[in-house]
Design a protein around this ligand. Structure first.
Ligand SMILES: Nc1ncnc2c1ncn2[C@@H]1O[C@H](COP(=O)(O)OP(=O)(O)OP(=O)(O)O)[C@@H](O)[C@H]1O
Ligand SMILES: [Mg+2]
Length: 235
């Protein structure tokens, strides 16, 4: 197993945001976490990336316990996080943003090769190499955020609501890119409010409700699940 999250708890002060979540991601897997606002999806991703401390439980990546490691160290081990709201560096150019994604690496040739790969995958970024991130559209900024995460050469990509606020055509483009990244062997953990999209893309899904896992299963079977259909697919 590439990632094992074992019964983790996360508190913000006295408030329990994650109350015993366990999940597993295989090498090259595509997993989604769905659930309503405040369910603990972002907190779970942030805990995996070392951005929130656990109050209980453990996180194992490739056989190594990673909770308590610094976020930088976790990136270096192969976990990249595309945060909620994109968070690109607005006053830096596309190329500068991408290069910052490689901050944990010390293989200049590999970095140049990966930069070129990103420009091949995201033509829109190539066309805007020198453009300041702040002047890019929401969809372009999302692509930049994904590209920047890929520059760390990850084995696992965590994405927090990449479709939020984007037009359907751009959402489809991002979906295609995620499928492609996954086909090249990168495990994907996708957090989405858009449950329909998420279950279409993923192989396995977890439904979070108020800090717990309410349901889990193959994405196809969740799509057919009566509760999921009523609560998250609006059917
Ligand atoms: N920095 C914080 N300080 C205090 N409480 C927080 C903080 N971040 C999140 N919370 C609380 O933790 C709970 C889980 O939040 P989280 O952001 O993980 O949910 P989510 O599933 O990502 O929701 P959304 O779909 O709205 O993004 C919520 O009750 C939220 O109010
Ligand atoms: Mg969130």
């Amino acid at each position: 197993m590439l990632l094992q999250v074992n019964d983790i708890h996360v508190h913000y002060g006295p408030v329990a945001a994650v109350k015993g979540i366990s999940l597993a991601v295989e090498e090259g897997d595509f997993v989604t976490l769905i659930g309503s606002n405040g369910a603990g999806k972002s907190t779970t991703l942030r805990a995996i990336s070392g951005l929130e401390q656990l109050s209980a439980g453990e996180i194992i990546f490739d056989g190594e316990r990673i909770n308590r490691l610094s976020a930088d160290r976790i990136v270096k081990l192969g976990i990249a996080h595309v945060p909620e709201g994109r968070r690109v560096f607005k006053d830096l150019s596309v190329t500068e943003n991408l290069r910052l994604g490689a901050f944990t690496r010390d293989d200049p040739d590999g970095i140049e090769a990966d930069l070129e790969k990103i420009f091949t995958r995201f033509q829109r970024l190539r066309e805007r190499k020198e453009q300041m991130a702040r002047t890019m559209s929401g969809g372009e900024q999302q692509m930049l955020a994904i590209g920047r995460a890929l520059m760390s050469n990850p084995r696992m990509l965590l994405l927090d609501e990449p479709s939020l606020g984007l037009a359907p055509l751009i959402v489809q483009e991002i979906a295609r890119i995620l499928i492609e990244i996954n086909r090249q062997g990168v495990a994907v953990v996708l957090v989405e409010q858009n449950a329909e999209l998420a279950l279409e893309l993923a192989r396995h899904g977890y439904v979070l409700e108020t800090g717990n896992i309410a349901l889990e299963g193959e994405a196809d079977s969740l799509m057919d699940n009566e509760h999921v259909r009523r609560a998250y697919l609006g059917i």
